[in-house]
Design a protein around this ligand. Structure first.
Ligand code: DGY
Length: 321
């Protein structure tokens, strides 16, 4: 029987995923979910055939350059792979895989949750209840923003953007989207395509962000673009924090130009810009988009399917480098 491939698993993973890992690999697990510094990743990867990481533990050029020659693959437990330096991996001949598709629905659900929670002022509502400040139903209390007849702009019409369109349509939104190219109408729920995002922004009563983080999308939502949104817009981000310029969004939430924001992702996670914390019109969650058991299991199994393929000499389905 061939020896099992040696895998360094950088995060604690769901039980069912770890069970499969233990069965099929000689795995160095991380039961305490300890965060490893770069030097530790390099040291603990010695003699390993592969690494299984996640957005929490970046594998940058410095780490990749210093990895033992034994490491031939970096699999990430995520659809996003901006935390792995693909160019450095390619230069070393290291394969990189991700886990697309399996978290589309959970993330789109979360975008809708954030959209509604932010627009309907649910954080403020929770607060007055829990702090014993509720004085009873009032016709003018915590008036939020509805969905019916409002325009929702989707920035990035990939799998998750499309899943948001499917969910948002029955809420009564007029849908708009920007992507590099128009999609076949069957995929867009009748959303109106804008080749230039600058043309879409003034129409966005709501804007939801679903692009990957790339040099082009970093700080996409800056002060200039926020100014193009209609006054009182709602902004949702379940993609990556650095796509938003925090200073600009915080200023707009303070001035009311942006009425509310629902944010699941932040630049510099797990830290976030302290300016958000005091804002009652910012509905904040700690990167929970894919956090359902089914989804996290599916992500783990998809990562393992890729590793299984790689180590048995077949092309991994989700190879990104
Ligand atoms: C991903 O997979 O990239 C997500 O951000 C994790 O939910």
């Amino acid at each position: 029987m061939a020896a099992k491939a040696k895998l360094f698993v950088l995060n604690k993973l769901p039980e069912a995923v770890e069970a499969r890992l233990k069965r099929d690999y000689d795995a160095r697990l991380n039961p305490d979910d300890k965060l490893h510094a770069d030097a530790e990743i390099v040291a603990l990867s010695r003699g390993m055939d592969g690494i299984l990481t996640s957005p929490t533990t970046p594998v940058g050029a410095g780490v990749i350059g210093a990895l033992d020659q034994s490491v031939r693959i970096v699999a990430t437990f995520s659809v996003g792979f901006d935390h792995v330096d693909l160019e450095a991996a390619k230069a070393r001949g290291i394969a990189v895989t991700n886990t697309p598709e399996v978290l589309t629905d959970a993330t789109a659900d979360m975008a809708m949750l954030l959209l509604l929670a932010a627009a309907r002022r649910t954080y403020e509502g929770q607060k007055i209840l829990r702090e014993g400040r509720w004085i009873g139903w009032r016709p003018t209390q915590l008036i939020g923003i509805g969905c019916q007849g409002k325009r929702l702009g989707i920035y990035g019409m990939g799998r998750i953007g499309q899943a948001v369109a499917r969910r948002a349509k029955p809420f009564g939104f007029e849908l708009h989207y920007h992507d590099q190219n128009p999609l076949p109408p069957a995929k867009t729920e009748g959303a109106i395509f804008h080749a230039d995002v600058e043309d879409m922004l003034p129409l966005c009563d709501y804007l939801t962000i679903h692009c990957p983080l790339t040099p082009e999308t970093r700080k996409f939502l800056n002060a200039k673009r926020i100014a193009r949104l209609p006054k009182g817009a709602v902004v949702v981000n379940t993609a990556r924090g650095p796509v938003v310029d925090d200073e600009a969004l915080i200023a707009a939430l303070k001035s009311g130009h942006v009425a509310a924001a629902g944010l699941d992702v932040f630049e510099g996670e797990p830290k976030l810009h302290p300016g958000y914390l005091g804002l009652e019109n910012a509905y904040l969650l700690p990167h929970l988009g894919s956090a359902t058991l089914d989804t996290r299991n599916a992500m783990g199994f998809r990562a393992l399917d890729n590793l299984d393929a790689f180590f048995s000499g077949r092309p991994p389905r989700d190879r990104v480098a």
